[in-house]
Design a protein around this ligand. Structure first.
Ligand code: ADP
Ligand code: MG
Length: 407
């Protein structure tokens, strides 16, 4: 769908023209899985698909929410912003507006708005349609509520709300989105998804420390190679129970290791340290979980170095090793992700393939030579259907920019 078509849909829905159009991307994590809450780094990039938001002020002191992806329509008075019943999609939008006011007392919501969303991230596939929606809302409403006049917020001489420079502003948008996800969606996620959506840069990945929020944009130069995302379309997902178990097991490992070497996070350990301390972990499950984290932190650092040196084949090997570790030690893959990855590894021209996101369902990410892409889709699709009875979908990813105002 083009922005022109979205503008037509807006006018049909609301009987007035959209005043502004914003966009925020979904993301895919290339490597660094389940490292974020262990003080480690992740390496995501923003995608060229995401969520659009169109808005215009109204005279009714209400927020009207519509989405071209959802049948439900919501109308919330501007002085009655609070979490709506579970599963109401407008929570992802309302929460951001609420949190802007709470983090920035100078922000004022003085007018009602007519608001329309459109998203083309496959929902629930682990590519963060929710983060895209949060970040695009945070972007639009920080600008509206800071009342920048004239409201320039990109390009030369740009001004940003609340006195931020661009980098700090984008980080703030990520933090608003994350707080919304915690408080209005009830998902205690790390900051990676919203951060990638806010700070993304075309043809770059983001080497991010989720604890300190320090980050670096690293160019992704893949001559003749594409990032291919394969969607399991599996109904399984990493539920909060399995997620919280992993968090607890890592915590147990930190406690037991700290008897011989005091640490705050598993990510502080190098593979050499691991040899020295692993004997201190008496719980066998905690030991496996910790081994994944220590290995994954080292692999992520090595992958970033490999990419900088143009050693793409090695980068691919590290992706595959990441999957094996998530399968055997962290135990968050499952039949669907394992069969997609195993089929991909057999295709000539695949440099590496791994699960991405929390696990169990969702997507894999693979590096595939241009000339092998058709065979990849055919063979992996057929093998996957044989193993699971499900049909996979494939997207050749383009690495895009972070959140922006389009019009
Ligand atoms: P994901 O992995 O895609 O982030 P989530 O379950 O976290 O999956 O978020 C999906 C939810 O986000 C949807 O069920 C819906 O409530 C909301 N959402 C995402 N995109 C849109 C959209 N374009 N319009 C309305 N709601 C959306
Ligand atoms: Mg989500």
């Amino acid at each position: 769908m083009t922005t022109q078509e979205m503008k037509v849909a807006f006018e049909q829905a609301y009987g007035q023209k959209a005043e502004k159009v914003f966009f925020a991307p979904g993301r895919v994590n290339l490597i660094g899985e389940h490292t974020d809450y262990n003080g480690g780094c992740v390496f995501p990039c923003a995608l060229s698909f995401g969520a659009w938001l169109l808005l215009a002020k109204n005279n009714d002191k209400v927020l009207r929410f519509r989405s071209l992806n959802m049948p439900q329509v919501y109308e919330i008075p501007i002085d009655a912003i609070k979490p709506q019943p579970d599963r109401a999609w407008c929570n992802y939008a309302l929460g951001c507006i609420d949190i802007i006011v709470r983090r920035h007392p100078e922000a004022k919501l003085t007018s009602g708005y007519d608001i329309l969303y459109f998203g083309n991230v496959p929902a629930g596939a682990g590519l963060s349609s929710s983060a895209a929606m949060e970040v695009v809302t945070a972007r639009a409403f920080t600008e509206e509520m800071a009342d920048l006049t004239p409201s320039l917020s990109q390009g030369e001489g740009a001004k940003f709300p609340f006195g931020y420079d661009e980098k700090a502003y984008r980080t703030e948008l990520a933090l608003i989105g994350q707080a919304c996800e915690h408080e209005y969606a009830g998902v205690m996620c790390g900051v990676m998804d919203q951060f990638a959506s806010a700070q993304g840069k075309k043809d770059h990945a983001i080497y991010l420390n989720c604890d300190t929020l320090e980050f670096e944009h690293v160019p992704v130069k893949l001559e003749g190679i594409k990032v291919v995302i394969s969607n399991t379309h599996s109904p399984h997902h990493l539920d909060s129970g399995a997620y919280n178990d992993r968090v607890r097991q890592c915590h147990t490992a930190v406690e037991q290791i700290s008897k011989v070497k005091p640490i705050k996070f598993l990510a502080e350990l190098t593979p050499e340290d691991w040899e020295q301390v692993e004997g201190a972990i008496t719980d066998p499950i905690a030991k496996k979980r910790a081994r994944h984290v220590v290995g994954e932190v080292a692999r992520t650092a090595a992958a970033v170095e490999a990419l900088k040196k143009g050693e793409i084949a090695y980068f691919g090997e590290l992706m595959t090793a990441s999957h094996v570790s998530l399968r055997d030690d962290y135990e968050v893959t499952g039949k669907e992700l394992d069969s997609l990855a195993a089929a991909a590894w057999q295709v000539e021209g695949v440099l590496g393939s791994r699960m991405t996101g929390g696990g169990f369902g969702g997507c894999t990410v693979s590096l595939v030579k241009d000339e092998a892409i058709e065979e990849f889709k055919r063979f992996v699709g057929a093998e996957y259907e044989k193993a699971t009875g499900l049909k996979a979908d494939f997207y050749v990813a383009e690495i895009g920019d972070g959140v922006m105002r389009l019009e």
